[in-house]
Design a protein around this ligand. Structure first.
Ligand SMILES: NC(=O)c1ccc[n+]([C@@H]2O[C@H](COP(=O)([O-])OP(=O)(O)OC[C@H]3O[C@@H](n4cnc5c(N)ncnc54)[C@H](OP(=O)(O)O)[C@@H]3O)[C@@H](O)[C@H]2O)c1
Length: 307
């Protein structure tokens, strides 16, 4: 079996070694070396040239959960199945990041930090939990993991997805028709949608207006789902009390971008959930073995929906 590997960052050695351990019989080429027709290609944000030189015979594995960059590649061959990472160690990281953000807001960590700086001892009245709805935009692998992590705290949980979901303790909303009622009680709005033609620019001024006044946005999905100017305007007029951002339209976030020094924005450099080599290789290798046995695999990307 021939595999072409074009891994994230500068980690080819680590990925290759892990793949060889998991699939000892495979012949593994690391891009820019490339067999003309590998059986499988394992890629992360590949250059357009890659698919001009190779056409994987059986499948393309995306070494991340989001396939927006891969699907936008004009050279991506038609008719070859694209399979994405599902969780692969990212769900627990996402749950940690989002739980931290939600609890910081709920327990008013910023207000207490300010009081400490002022040398002021002043217990604040605890926010009623029943009125502190947490809304999750996108209720897939990662959205569900976040809901599971938040469930023990007792916040009213709500989730918005394309198709209605059944999940204990989570109120489900589906489709554009139900977006406004979903937003109306979301004191914290967590974005875990894929970036698609349907979702790019979705989180705009209209969405912020539909949230309760003083709500908080957590974007851990993709930067282009949020309209930057509308976010700054909503923060400046107090409609939003704060935002926690891990993803941006341009990464690294350009010097001088208003997000850098906005007093109500907390940001991190796209680190909420990183691809882990061992977990990812274990998942991909398991799927390759299944495909070789003619068995179905999960994580197949629906190109018409673009996620
Ligand atoms: N910041 C990071 O480090 C990081 C790490 C990993 C992933 N991500 C991002 O997180 C995203 C989500 O990952 P995942 O694994 O949870 O994806 P997933 O399992 O495919 O879940 C996507 C969810 O979004 C919903 N959705 C898609 N299009 C929609 C639309 N037009 N309207 C309403 N709902 C829509 C889907 O609805 P249905 O359930 O009805 O299909 C599903 O619930 C990825 O696409 C990626 O961009 C970021």
């Amino acid at each position: 079996m021939k595999i072409l590997l074009q891994p994230p960052r500068d980690e080819a050695g680590e990925w290759r070694a892990a793949l060889l351990t998991a699939l000892p019989d495979a012949a593994i080429a690391v891009w820019p070396d490339a067999p003309e027709q590998p059986d499988y290609a394992l890629v992360w944000k590949p250059p357009a040239e890659l698919f001009l030189r190779v056409r994987p015979a059986k499948a393309i594995f995306n070494l991340g959960a989001g396939v927006d960059v891969l699907l936008a590649l004009p050279t991506l061959p038609e008719g070859v199945p694209v399979i994405r990472l599902e969780d692969a160690g990212m769900a627990v990281q996402m749950a940690e990041y989002v739980a931290l953000a939600v609890l910081r807001v709920y327990r008013e960590a910023d207000a207490y930090a300010a009081q400490q700086r002022e040398g002021r001892w002043q217990p604040r009245q605890r926010i009623a939990k029943s009125g502190f709805g947490v809304g999750i935009l996108g209720f897939g692998v990662l959205g569900r993991a976040v809901a599971s992590a938040l469930r023990p705290f007792g916040f009213p949980l709500r989730a918005w997805s394309l198709r209605r979901k059944v999940s204990p303790g989570v109120e489900s909303f589906a489709g554009r028709a139900e977006l406004r009622s979903f937003l109306a009680a979301s004191r914290v709005l967590i974005c875990l949608l894929p970036s698609t033609a349907e979702t790019r620019g979705l989180v705009d001024g209209g969405v912020f207006e539909a949230l309760p006044r003083g709500a908080h946005l957590v974007n851990v999905a993709r930067g282009d789902i949020v309209v930057d100017e509308d976010l700054v305007a909503a923060l400046d007029r107090g409609q939003l009390a704060g935002a926690t951002l891990d993803v941006f339209r341009t990464e690294p976030l350009p010097t001088g971008h208003p997000f850098w020094h906005h007093p109500r924005i907390t940001l991190t450099p796209h680190t909420s959930a990183v691809t882990l080599v061992d977990d990812s290789v274990a998942q991909v290798a398991d799927k390759i073995r299944r495909l070789e046995r003619g068995e179905p695999v999960t994580g197949l990307v629906d190109r018409s929906r673009a996620y």
